[in-house]
Ligand binder design. Structure first.
Ligand code: AMP
Length: 219
């Protein structure tokens, strides 16, 4: 059983790297932001409660976040372990998490702020299936259309310069201290997030002593 936390500023590639780790190791990717986005997209009661907060780039309240995480982990569909992404984001969430789950390591993706802005402002999302694109590194085959389902791509409501400022402020003030807390427990592996995704993945695997990435054979 392997249980990892992945941390890093917005646009550092947490989602992409988590998916690559999970793909051939049988781990489950738990992305708290994706769970909230699913609720907003599907107009659930929870979605209505978090929509405005998310669009402004602010953090959802801890009680709500903790219940979403607890419910998700209670599914117990993670026999081989999980990579949790976007959580914990402040001291209280970190305490809640460490009281309930032991973790094997924290992957910290490091990216300078000018690169964060460049990447985040060129990010696009498929509102239908949730697939993420980036106009710099990961363009869709047909401009403005999702490769998977063909739906028109949009900019995430919280990928505006104003919302990004709010999210970076929260990251620096609230999330960085969590990283220091984990660092004291010697969980943290710092990884340079600037190189191409496959190189970053190789560094993560080396740091965590995981087998090299094996791409799934295409049928
Ligand atoms: P992300 O995709 O991780 O950037 O998350 C998108 C948005 O979901 C954030 O800007 C927050 O509004 C909300 N969110 C996700 N994870 C958390 C968390 N751990 N604590 C509070 N809010 C969160």
């Amino acid at each position: 059983m392997r249980k990892y936390v992945i941390m890093g500023v917005q646009g550092s590639g947490k989602g992409t790297q988590s998916q690559l780790i999970c793909e051939d190791l049988g781990l489950v990717h738990i992305a708290v932001g994706d769970i909230f986005r699913w609720h907003v997209r599907n107009h659930t009661k929870l979605g209505a409660q978090v929509r405005r907060i998310m669009n402004a780039g602010e953090l959802v309240g801890d009680d709500m976040v903790e219940s979403v995480v607890r419910n998700r982990l209670d599914d117990h569909d993670w026999n081989y372990g999980f990579v949790i992404d976007g959580f914990p984001r402040n001291g209280r969430q970190a305490e809640f998490f460490m009281e309930s789950y032991d973790i094997d390591g924290v992957i910290h993706l490091e990216l300078p702020e000018d690169e964060v802005r460049r990447r985040v402002l060129s990010r696009r999302l498929c509102p239908n299936c949730g697939m993420d694109y980036n106009l710099i590194a990961d363009r869709p085959e047909q401009e403005g259309r999702c490769d998977i389902c063909g739906h028109g791509l949009i900019t995430r409501a919280d990928d505006t310069p104003e919302a990004l400022d709010a999210r970076l402020r929260d990251y620096n003030e609230k999330t960085r201290p969590v990283l220091e807390l984990f660092r004291r427990k010697e969980f943290v592996h710092d990884i340079d997030a600037r190189p191409p995704a496959d190189e970053v993945q190789a560094k993560i695997r080396a740091a965590l002593n995981l087998p090299a990435y094996q791409a799934r054979p295409t049928v």
